[in-house]
Ligand binder design. Structure first.
Ligand code: GDP
Ligand code: IMO
Ligand code: MG
Length: 423
C-alpha cells in the first residue's frame, strides 16, 4: 500500500501528528520535498518531539527515508538524532536512510537566504534555512549531493569548483564571502559526511521494492498545498512542489502505485510569513484561535496568522492533490466561538467566486463571503468518538465534509496521539 499525505492549506496542519499516528501500519515513511523549513510536532504522552527533517514515523519502528527531492542540512539531521538519542531513541543506519542524490544545504545557502530576504522590499518571510538557494543550485546543477558529502575528496573538489561563484554571490548581496571556504565549517561538514556515510541509500529502489514485497509506504509531505512553488500563492511560497503528485516524481515511484492520498486540513486556517490569507482575522477571534491553538511557528517561533476555514482554497487543494480522504485537525480549538464561520466564496470586483483566482494579487483582493454555523462551548479534548461530539461540532464536521465532497477519515481534538479518532 502506498499512501501520500500532504498539507492542504499553508502548512502546520498537523501532518506530523497524523503521520506518527498512522506510521504504525507502515514499513517505510519518506520525506519527499522541502528541508528543515518544516516543523512537525509529535506528542506522545508527555513527550513532545519537534522535528524539522527526520520523518515523523520514527517512533513506531518504521524505517524513515529522506528522498532525493529534499534539500538536507546534515547538521540539522545530526542535531535531531542526538536529541532523540538523549531521550533514549537511538536511530542508526538501519532506521534512517538518505538518498545519494539528496541536495546538501551548505552554510552559504543559509547566508544567501538571509541576505536576499533582508534586501527584499516586499518580503516573503522565509524560514532562512537556505531552502530556496539549495533548490536554485539543484536546478542549476551546482548542488553538492549526499554522495559528494560522504566522500571527503570529492566533497572538497566540488566545493573548490563552486566556491568562486558562491563567494561572488554573497559579496554582491553585501555579505562576507569568507564563509564559503571557512575551515571550521568545512571540517564540520567533512565530519558529518563521515558520520552519515553508512546512511546512504537509493530511495526510489527501496520504495518500489517494498511495494513489490507487499509492504506499506507512507510519503510525508512538508509545508502545504498553497505554498507549492508552481501552484501556490507566488511569490509567497516555498521552493518545492508540495502537492501529492510531487511525491511520485520526487521519490521516483509511478503514479499507478498510489493507493490513497490523505489531506491534512485544519478546522480553520493559518499562515506563517507573508502572502494573501483572505479569511485572516485581525481581531479578538483571531487572537483567541492563535492562543488556544498555540499557533506559533515550530521552526521560527513566529506567530501564525489565523483565519476562518476557507472553502475555495480547500477546493483548489482537492483538485491539486486528488485527496481520497481527509484528516480534520484542531477541531477542539474552535470551542467557545459563536458563530463558527466558513468562507464559502469570495467577492472580487463585483463578482462572486467559489474558486480562488489563479493570480496571487487578485487573491489578495478577494473578500470572503461567509456562512455562519452555530458554535459549541464544550471542551472537545477528551472526546473519543464522533458520536460524543456536541451536535454543533458534528454539524460543522458534516457541513465541511459535504462542501468538500471528500470523506473525513480522521478527526483530531488535541496534540496527543490518543486525541484522534476515525470518523
Ligand atoms: P505540521 O507542520 O503540519 O506537522 O504541524 P505543526 O506540528 O507545525 O503544527 C501543528 C501544531 O498543532 C502542533 O503543535 C501539534 O502538536 C498541534 N496539534 C496537532 N493536532 C492538534 C489538535 O487536533 N488539536 C490541538 N489543540 N493541537 C493539535
Ligand atoms: P511545515 O512542514 C508553514 C513558509 C515560510 C515562508 C515560505 C517560504 O511545518 O508545515 P522557505 O523557508 O520555505 O523558503 O519559506 O514558506 N513555510 C512554512 N509555513 N509551515 C511550514 O512547514 C513551512 N515551511 C515554509 O514561512 O512564508
Ligand atoms: Mg509545521
Amino acid at each position: 500500500m502506498f499512501t501520500i499525505i500532504t498539507g492542504a492549506q499553508f502548512g502546520d496542519e498537523g501532518k506530523g501528528k497524523i503521520v506518527d499516528l498512522m506510521s504504525g501500519e507502515y514499513d517505510l515513511v519518506v520525506r519527499f520535498q522541502g528541508g528543515d523549513n518544516a516543523g512537525h510536532t509529535v506528542k506522545v504522552g508527555e513527550d513532545v518531539y519537534k522535528l524539522h527533517l527526520i520523518p515523523s514515523g520514527f517512533l513506531l519502528d518504521s524505517r524513515v527515508l529522506i528522498g532525493p527531492g529534499t534539500v538536507m542540512n546534515p547538521e540539522v539531521l545530526a542535531t535531531e538524532m542526538d536529541m532523540l538519542a538523549e531521550g533514549g531513541i537511538k536511530l542508526d543506519a538501519k532506521r534512517v536512510g538518505v538518498d545519494a542524490k539528496t541536495s546538501i544545504i551548505m552554510p552559504y545557502h543559509i547566508e544567501l537566504d538571509g541576505l536576499r530576504e533582508s534586501l527584499r522590499t516586499e518580503k516573503i518571510g522565509t524560514t532562512k534555512r537556505g531552502i530556496g538557494f539549495a533548490y536554485i543550485d539543484k536546478v542549476a546543477r551546482d548542488e553538492i549531493r549526499m554522495s559528494d558529502l560522504v566522500d571527503k575528496e570529492r566533497f572538497l573538489k566540488r566545493l573548490e569548483e563552486l566556491a568562486p561563484s558562491k563567494e561572488a554571490a554573497i559579496k554582491e548581496l553585501g555579505g562576507d564571502p569568507s564563509i564559503v571556504m571557512d575551515e571550521v565549517l568545512i571540517d564540520k561538514y567533512v565530519k558529518l559526511g563521515e558520520r552519515f556515510a553508512s546512511y546512504i541509500t537509493d530511495v526510489s529502489y527501496e520504495v518500489n521494492k517494498a511495494l513489490d514485497d507487499g509492504k506499506n509506504v507512507l510519503a510525508e509531505g512538508a509545508q502545504g498545498t498553497h505554498l507549492d512553488v508552481i501552484h501556490g500563492t507566488q511569490k509567497f511560497v516555498t521552493s518545492s512542489c508540495t502537492i501529492a503528485g510531487s511525491a511520485c516524481a520526487n521519490i521516483g515511484v509511478g503514479p499507478t502505485r498510489v493507493d490513497s492520498v490523505l489531506g491534512i486540513v485544519k478546522a480553520y486556517i493559518t499562515r506563517v510569513g507573508e502572502g494573501p490569507l483572505p479569511t485572516e482575522l485581525l481581531d479578538d477571534v483571531g487572537e483567541q484561535i492563535q492562543q488556544v491553538g498555540r499557533e506559533f511557528g515550530t521552526t521560527t517561533g513566529r506567530s501564525r496568522r489565523c483565519g476562518w476555514f476557507d472553502l475555495p482554497l480547500l477546493k483548489k487543494a482537492i483538485y491539486l492533490n486528488g485527496y481520497t480522504s481527509i484528516a480534520l485537525t484542531k477541531l477542539d480549538v474552535l470551542s467557545n466561538l459563536d458563530p463558527v464561520r466558513v468562507c464559502v466564496a469570495y467577492e472580487l470586483d463585483g463578482k462572486t467566486l467559489d474558486y480562488p483566482p489563479e493570480d496571487t494579487s487578485e487573491l489578495a483582493r478577494c473578500k470572503p463571503v461567509y456562512e455562519d454555523l452555530p458554535g459549541w462551548e464544550n471542551d472537545l479534548t477528551g472526546v473519543k468518538e464522533f458520536a460524543d461530539l456536541p451536535q454543533a461540532a458534528k454539524d460543522y464536521v458534516l457541513y465541511l465534509e459535504d462542501k468538500m465532497g471528500v470523506p473525513i477519515e480522521y478527526i483530531s481534538v488535541g496534540p496527543a496521539r490518543a486525541q484522534t479518532f476515525k470518523k
